[in-house]
Design a protein around this ligand. Structure first.
Ligand code: PLP
Length: 381
C-alpha cells in the first residue's frame, strides 16, 4: 500500500495523540486524570441547546447551507463583530468553518505557496506548525517575549505570513493594544499578511481583548481573523468557528472548503448563532477563575516549578527547568507512575515546561491530579 511521502513524513498532532493515549488507557480500566488538553466540564449554554432543540422540534434540519455558511448566520456574526470586536464586515467577508482548525488550514493554504515561510511565536498551539508542515511551508519559530517591542520585531526576518494567537495558548498572554500596534507597524512596513487566532477572546481574567483587525485596515493589510465556539461556549465537539477575511481570501477559502467538507454542519451553525448572542456564561468564567487560583496556589510553595497565574485561557504553563529531568521524561513518567497526563512543553516548541488544562474534571479530581504531580516531582527533584 502506498502512503504519500507528504503524509508519511508527518506525525499526528502531539495534543490529539496524547488525548488518544489517555482514552486507550482509560478503556483498559486505568483511572487516568487528563490535563493534556482542556475540555470544559460545562455543557453548551442553555440558549444553544434550546435553539437546536427548537430547530429539531420544527423539523428545520436543513441538509446543506452554502459553503460559506447560511446568510442568516453570517449576518449574526457580522453583528457580533461590530458589537464585540468593533469591526465592520460584510457577510461576504465571513466564512463559517468546521472549527478554528479548518479556518486556519484554509487561510494558510490560500495565502501561501509551498516553500513559503510562516512566523509562529513559541510556545505555540501545535496546529500552527503541523498545518504549515503539511502544506510544505517552513515554520519560523520565534520565542515569544513577555513584551512585544519594535526592537524585538526588528530582529525577525519577515516571512509570507505571521500567525498571532491572542489571547495566547498556552501562556495566557493577552496582547496589549500597544503590542498589537507595534506588530501592525511592522507588518505594514514589511508587507506580511497576518492570521490572528482569537479563539480565546472571551476567556479573559485580566486585561482587555483587542482584535488586531479593529486597529487596522484589515482588507488592505491582508488579515484573517479566526474565531471559534469551542472554548468560549464549551462547544468543542460542535465543530464550529468562523473566519473574517478580505473577500478575495474568503472566496479562495470557499473554493478549498467546498470539496472537503462543504458547509459546517447546519445545526452547529444555528448553535453558533445562539452562542455568540448569549455570550460566555459568567458562571463558567467564575468556575475557571476559582480553579486557576486553587491550582496556582497549590503550586506556589513547590520549589521545582514556577507557575504564573495566567491572564486568560484554560491552561497553566509551568516552568520545571529546576528539575533534573526533561519535560518529555517528566510527562511520560508522570503518566506511567501517577496516571496523570500533561503536555510536555516540547510539543509546543519550548522544552522545560508542562502545560496543564484545568477545566475538565470536577474540582476534587483536579486537585487530586495536582497533588499527584507535586508528589511525583518532589520525589525527583
Ligand atoms: N485556537 C487555539 C489556539 C486553541 O487552543 C484551540 C483549542 O481549543 C482552538 C483554536 C479551537 O479550535 P477548534 O475551533 O478547531 O476547536
Amino acid at each position: 500500500m502506498n502512503i504519500s511521502a507528504r503524509i508519511a513524513s508527518s506525525r499526528p498532532l502531539a495534543t490529539t495523540a496524547m488525548h488518544g493515549r489517555v482514552e486507550a488507557l482509560r478503556n483498559q480500566g486505568e483511572p487516568v486524570i487528563d490535563f493534556s488538553i482542556a475540555i470544559s466540564h460545562f455543557p453548551a449554554p442553555g440558549p444553544v441547546l434550546d435553539a437546536v432543540a427548537t430547530a429539531i422540534d420544527q423539523q428545520r434540519t436543513m441538509p446543506y447551507t452554502s459553503v460559506v455558511g447560511a446568510l442568516k448566520v453570517r449576518e449574526n456574526l457580522s453583528a457580533k463583530l461590530r458589537l464585540e470586536n468593533h469591526i465592520d464586515a460584510d457577510t461576504d467577508e465571513i466564512i463559517v468553518t468546521n472549527g478554528a482548525k479548518q479556518a486556519l488550514y484554509e487561510a494558510l493554504y490560500v495565502m501561501t505557496d509551498p516553500g513559503d515561510r510562516v512566523i509562529v511565536f513559541q510556545p505555540h498551539w501545535p496546529a500552527y506548525v503541523a498545518t504549515s508542515r503539511l502544506m510544505g511551508l517552513t515554520p519560523i519559530l520565534v520565542d515569544l517575549p513577555d513584551e512585544i517591542t519594535p526592537a524585538f520585531l526588528d530582529t525577525i526576518e519577515p516571512a509570507k505570513v505571521l500567525i498571532i494567537n491572542n489571547p495566547h495558548n498556552p501562556t495566557g498572554k493577552v496582547y496589549t493594544r500597544q503590542e498589537l500596534e507595534h506588530i501592525l507597524a511592522w507588518v505594514e512596513r514589511t508587507g506580511m499578511q497576518v492570521i490572528v487566532d482569537e479563539s480565546y477572546e472571551h476567556l479573559i481574567f485580566e486585561g482587555e481583548h483587542v482584535s488586531f483587525a479593529a486597529l487596522c485596515d484589515w482588507r488592505k493589510v491582508g488579515v484573517v481573523t479566526i474565531f471559534s465556539a469551542s472554548q468560549s461556549y464549551a462547544m468543542m465537539g460542535w465543530r464550529v468557528g468562523f473566519a473574517l477575511a478580505p473577500k478575495e481570501i474568503v472566496n479562495a477559502m470557499q473554493t478549498l472548503q467546498g470539496p472537503i467538507t462543504a458547509a459546517a454542519p447546519y445545526m452547529s451553525q444555528l448553535a453558533a448563532v445562539a452562542a455568540f448572542a448569549c455570550g460566555t456564561p459568567g458562571e463558567m468564567m467564575a468556575d475557571y477563575r476559582m480553579r486557576r487560583d486553587l491550582v496556582v496556589q497549590a503550586f506556589s510553595e513547590v520549589p521545582w516549578i514556577i507557575m504564573h497565574s495566567p491572564a486568560s485561557g484554560p491552561y497553566l504553563w509551568g516552568d520545571i527547568r529546576a528539575l533534573t529531568m526533561d519535560s518529555v521524561d517528566f510527562s511520560e513518567e508522570l503518566l506511567g507512575a501517577s496516571q496523570v497526563a500533561v503536555m510536555p512543553g516540547d510539543a509546543l516548541g519550548v522544552p522545560g515546561f508542562i502545560r496543564i488544562g484545568y477545566i475538565s474534571d470536577d474540582v476534587a479530581t483536579l486537585m487530586d491530579g495536582v497533588r499527584r504531580i507535586i508528589e511525583f516531582g518532589n520525589a525527583y527533584k
